[in-house]
Each structure stands twice: as structure tokens, then as C-alpha cells.
Write a protein that binds this ligand. Sequence first.
Ligand code: SF4
Length: 222
Amino acid sequence: MRSSVREGAIVYRYAGALYLNITNRCPVRCSYCIKYRWGWRFRGHAMRLQREPSVREIIAALRRWRVSRYREVVFCGYGEPLLRYQVVAAVAGWLRSRYPGVRIRVNTNGLASAALGKDVCPALKGKVDVVSVSMNAADQRTYDALHRTHIKHPLACIKRFVQRCTRFVPTVVVTSINHPLIDQRAVRQQAAFLGVAHRVRPYLEAYEGARSRRPRNVRCAQ
Ligand code: SF4
């Protein structure tokens, strides 16, 4: 079923891909996060989960879609998916075995390992094709200006996460939103230093508000 509005959507379609919303927990509060401004909705989908779905429930939700028609399945949603890294690994493994042609991506803020006190990267090996890390800053001061978190030295944690990820995932990308406070050149240099690509993402609220010109690489909250 592909209804336009579903309470607590687990699977939703966006920009030619299927997205998975598996948790609303997040160790960061980003100043630009659309979930607060948009009342927990995203393009007609209610994203606030009544509770976190199990692996079985996520797979059951995916079975309602023709997954093979989509180029990509993305763990994203309104929360940090890697806080449930074992669930990500289990669902990604299921997807991999059934739809080997579909790319599997995780959009993350890069802080799950720090928040959980455990290196989550090895669990992604052989299951996830791309990890997209929302770093958004080349220095701690800029990061702090845009994000609030209880995690100490978050930018250093994110960089460590990126480096660990490159050992287990074929493609790791650092991203930053198109925001006046962010020095994109500096972030790109940091990404190069870490050995990964960098991509600038449109500021989603501005993008969704605009009717003209549709930029590529539009992503969800992260
Ligand atoms: S944008 Fe992503 S990382 Fe930031 S608060 Fe929202 S869900 Fe969390």
C-alpha cells in the first residue's frame, strides 16, 4: 500500500529511492533539523513512530513495496539509524540477499559509536554500500554553532567514525548542508584528509519551500 499519509511511516518513497525510518532517537539536536519545524511530517508522511519497529516489522513493511523497482534503499528517517546498528545490519542483510541490485545506504550523523560507547562500523561490513556522514563543519566551533549534543568532542568522534567506516564500507561520503556558517572548502579538505568524498547538500527547508529548480542529491534530514 502506498497511501500518502501514514502514522509512523516505516518505509517512505523519496526522490526515486525507498527510505527507512527506524528510530526517532538522535544524539544531536541540529539547528536545521526539519522534524521540529515540520511537525514530524515529511512530504505527507507522519514520521513520528509510536514505537521502534522490530526487524520483522521493518521487513514486513518493505514487503509491501516493489523494492526491486528502486535504485536505492536508505536508512535515514527522523532519527539516527545507527543507534540501532544491529537492526540496520539485519535488515540490510535481508535486502542484500533478496535484492542484490539495489544499493543500500545509511545516512548518519556519525555519532552512534560515541553515543553507544561501541564501534558500530564492523556490523556494516558486507551489508551496506554507502555511508553518508553529515559532518557539516571543519572545526568544533562551527559544529557547536549548528548542533547541540551531550557527546564530548563530537567532531573528533565523527572523524574517527568516518575513518573506521572506510575499513568496512565501500563508499563513505562526508556531507555538509548549504549553510552560510559552513566553510565548504574547509570541509572538503577535511574529507580529503580522511580519504573520502565530500558533497554539499541543499538546505532542505529552503529547497522544499522553493517550487523551481530541483537540485540533485537532495536528502532527508541528515
Ligand atoms: S537532522 Fe538528523 S542528526 Fe540532526 S537532529 Fe535531525 S534527525 Fe538528528
